[in-house]
Ligand binder design. Structure first.
Ligand code: HEC
Length: 196
């Protein structure tokens, strides 16, 4: 009897040990994801701001002129990215075919589309890729000013300018608040280590 009790006690201890170390691993993992997500959001913020202000400056010159300003290159953002960081935008309905999602981006894109079916807006997501680098995504929702070029009633002169440059344009017909696409950011495992 005593022997059985001892064996049982050992089994319980091993199981509890396993549970607690799994719990510890999970907490550490969640903390790492949170840190990486914060780092990504912090890095992306000024990029989004400078993109938006470039677009607004373009809009002040007129919508036709601004057609050249709704891309990341216009504000020089893509040339000045920190080492080991890549940034882009993608969508289920692209204007520029170069922004089409690669297979990796289709997962989060479909996730936000599913939420949008229930009229829900999603939060940023982060995941670690097989090569240990990180992929961070943030959904983009249409605002009233976007509709001048992505809405249902686009001014004919604007439409003509867009069509001339983007004959395969799919990015029209959006309404205020619609899911428009997402920003994505890929970064190396060691990016920002000194900042964390
Ligand atoms: C003046 C016209 C104009 C306005 C206003 C505008 N866009 Fe665009 N948008 C474009 C053009 C042109 C492109 C293609 C850019 C390129 O060549 O990469 C584009 C591309 C995009 C893309 C990349 C995916 C794709 O379709 O190729 C997203 C996402 C996007 N716009 C979102 C927005 C949002 C959100 C707003 C409002 C904050 C907005 N746009 C306002 C003209 C505009």
């Amino acid at each position: 009897m005593k022997k059985i009790m001892t064996i049982l006690a050992i089994i319980v201890l091993i199981a509890a040990g396993g549970y607690f170390s799994w719990q510890y691993y999970k907490d550490a993992q969640e903390q790492l994801w949170e840190e990486k997500s914060e780092l990504a959001a912090k890095t992306l913020k000024p990029i989004k701001e400078s993109f938006k202000s470039t677009l607004m400056q373009g809009m002040q010159k007129g919508v036709v002129e601004a057609v050249n300003y709704c891309n990341l290159e216009a504000s020089g953002i893509t040339e000045n990215l920190p080492q080991g960081v890549e940034v882009g935008r993608t969508s289920h309905k692209v204007r520029n075919p170069q922004n089409k999602p690669d297979p990796l981006l289709e997962g989060p894109l479909n996730y936000y589309l599913e939420l949008a079916k229930d009229e829900q807006q999603g939060r940023p997501q982060i995941t670690q890729l097989p090569d240990d680098s990180w992929l961070y995504v943030e959904p983009i929702y249409a605002q009233p000013m976007c509709l001048a070029c992505h809405g249902k009633n686009i001014n004919p002169a604007v439409k003509a300018t867009i069509d001339a440059k983007y004959p395969k344009d799919e990015a029209t017909g959006f309404e205020d608040g619609d899911f428009r696409g997402m920003f994505w950011m890929k970064f190396k495992e060691d990016f920002g280590e000194s900042q964390i």
